[in-house]
Write a protein that binds this ligand. Structure first.
Ligand code: RP5
Ligand code: MG
Ligand code: MG
Length: 283
């Protein structure tokens, strides 16, 4: 992962204008000493209220009993990064460096907040069903299911948090069903057909990425990590033929053409570019 950028964006999303301290590129690394570093302390009120999906507040409580870098009950606090993250004075420290903010912002967990990202793809076809190639690269054009996030308005992969005790594979399926097919609101019979097709396609995926996400909600003490998996409907006869319905935290949904010009939420461009490379598609 190159230097995180979105994790340093000035205005913290959804906070009503809370600003991070400015962190220049050469001060991102914790190895660079910075005695005057004065990050903003922000934890969103909804997180501070300690809902079931969030940890308790450990600010001013260095003797807390959260177990970092290990499985803590049914919460996975182990990072996907190659090394365990540092814990300084009882606080986990962002493995990719400074963000200009301490606390948890909108993230529930101290340390890694685990997500899963389903990248569902099909080939772009014309009305006759023939696959379309890009005229310059002569490579087949890939499409993926993109949702428009309600929080930032960015187009994104329909990913979601791995709930405590849940598996990555269950999360991939659930989030795709909720955000892109709106299976929650579909009539029961239709829901069954959709769920069967999704379950079939999701039986065999290709892991595209595992690690840190440059998410605009990251802080020095809480950050997003994900496992992104590609499920490719090569013939376009499975999930590729269903009508998409945005649901949950998605405001809109579409089959989006994949190319190097695409602009997406967090590090999602990186995951999509890796998918295009694996499937030898146009980029
Ligand atoms: C990103 O946030 C992940 O890559 C995933 O797409 C998403 C999970 O958060 P929510 O969609 O649940 O807000 O960092
Ligand atoms: Mg969701
Ligand atoms: Mg989501």
């Amino acid at each position: 992962m190159s230097l995180h950028v979105k994790s340093r964006e000035k205005v913290y999303p959804g906070s009503g204008g809370i600003e991070r301290a400015y962190v220049p590129d050469d001060k991102v690394s914790w190895d660079c000493e910075w005695t005057d570093y004065s990050p903003t302390n922000y934890t969103a009120p909804i997180v501070a209220e300690h809902p079931v999906w969030a940890d308790p507040d450990i600010m001013g409580k260095p003797d807390h009993n959260l177990k970092f870098n290990e499985r803590d009950g049914n919460i996975n606090r182990v990072s996907h990064m190659p090394k365990p993250y540092e814990v300084i004075d009882g606080f986990p420290r962002n493995p990719c460096g400074r963000t200009g903010m301490i606390g948890r912002g909108f993230l529930g967990k101290w340390g890694p907040n685990h997500a899963a990202d389903p990248i569902v793809t099909r080939w772009k076809r014309n009305a006759n069903g023939d696959v379309i190639c890009n005229q310059t690269t002569n490579k087949q054009i890939l499409q993926f299911v993109a949702i428009k996030r309600k929080d930032t308005g960015d187009w994104a992969i329909p990913g979601g948090m791995v709930d405590a005790g849940d598996t990555v594979s269950a999360t991939l399926k659930r989030e795709f069903g909720e955000e892109a097919m709106n299976s929650l609101e579909a009539p029961e019979e239709e829901r069954n057909t959709i769920e069967k097709a999704v379950a079939n396609l999701f039986r065999c995926g290709t892991e595209v990425y595992r690690g840190y996400v440059d998410d605009p909600r990251n802080t020095d003490n809480a950050w997003m990590e994900t496992v992104a998996v590609n499920f490719h409907d090569a013939k376009g006869t499975s999930v590729g033929k269903f009508k998409l319905h945005a649901g949950d935290d998605a405001g809109d949904v579409q089959w989006a053409d994949i190319s190097g010009n695409i602009s997406l939420y967090a590090s999602h461009e990186l995951f999509i570019s890796k998918t295009a490379e694996i499937l030898k598609a146009h980029w």
